[in-house]
Design a protein around this ligand. Structure first.
Ligand SMILES: C[S@@+](CC[C@H](N)C(=O)[O-])C[C@H]1O[C@@H](n2cnc3c(N)ncnc32)[C@H](O)[C@@H]1O
Length: 247
């Protein structure tokens, strides 16, 4: 276990904006990595009706968080654990929040990208390199004690579906295929029917692939449902190729 990030709290207005930008609501499960005094998870439960887990390496801060959760009346909705954030199972989260450091964010990135498509990730101040955020907002923090700026940046990423590869049309679209390359949320490739092919470009927002000219596609695991346009039969469905060619 290591303490890589010092304890600095997210001010209340930043905490609220982190939860707002992620669209936290009842039914969400928020995991705060390096939960400090527990404020993000407690606010997610008290103000937005979510459940939550805070993982924190400093035992005293976990004690303080548990005490605050009891006082806030949300002890049944949240839990806090003394745990290294790198050893935390993130799979139950629908929202992951963090106020860490750039290199820690980058180290976490593969585990975050592997989460269920549509999971929202929010980071106070620090980004994740070339995985560009879907949205960034700036909040005034007049008495900010770290850095030179008197404001905080709040970044949101929505884990993109994994659509890279060859997809083969089914049913009425049996003669079609689509080959996609993916760079985080950006997608480009080729949509083809026999000898005819056309480029396809788009951007993923979780499981939705919004394309230029071929409508909104939906990725559901091993199935890709096409949007309209570009001559595709309405509601065309593609399955991931079982190898390097479509049958
Ligand atoms: C900048 S504070 C953020 C606290 C809280 N999330 C907030 O935004 O108010 C980062 C927290 O991460 C904790 N931390 C540092 N390294 C950690 C690790 N490897 N595992 C779990 N927590 C860690 C620190 O003790 C500190 O409380």
């Amino acid at each position: 276990m290591s303490e890589e990030v010092p304890f600095v709290t997210s001010p209340d207005n930043v905490t609220l904006e982190m939860l707002r930008i992620a669209g936290v609501k009842e039914g969400d499960h928020v995991i705060d990595l390096g939960s400090g005094d527990g404020r993000i998870v407690i606010t997610a439960a008290r103000r937005f009706g979510a459940t939550g887990l805070g993982v924190e390496i400093v035992p005293d801060l976990v004690e303080r968080s548990l005490d605050s959760a009891r006082k806030a009346g949300v002890a049944d909705k949240v839990s806090f654990k003394v745990q290294d954030l790198f050893e935390t199972d993130l799979s139950p989260a629908s929202v992951v929040t963090m106020y860490l450091l750039p290199d820690v964010n980058l180290k976490l990135r593969p585990a975050l990208l592997a989460l269920k498509p549509g999971t929202r990730i929010v980071s106070h101040d620090w980004d994740m390199g070339d995985w560009k955020p879907d949205q960034t907002t700036v909040v005034d923090v007049p008495d900010k004690k770290v850095g030179r700026e008197k404001s905080s940046r709040i970044h949101l990423w929505v884990v993109p579906a994994r659509v890279q590869g060859l997809w083969c049309g089914t049913g009425a679209a049996a003669k079609w295929q689509v080959q996609l390359a993916q760079n985080f949320q950006q997608v480009q490739g080729t949509l083809s029917q026999g000898q005819r092919s056309q480029p396809i470009t788009g951007r993923l927002h979780g499981t939705e692939l919004q394309t230029q000219g071929a409508g909104a596609w939906m990725a559901a695991g091993e199935v890709l449902r096409a949007g309209g346009g570009n001559g595709l039969p309405a509601g065309a469905t593609f399955k991931r190729a079982n190898g390097t060619r479509c049958a």
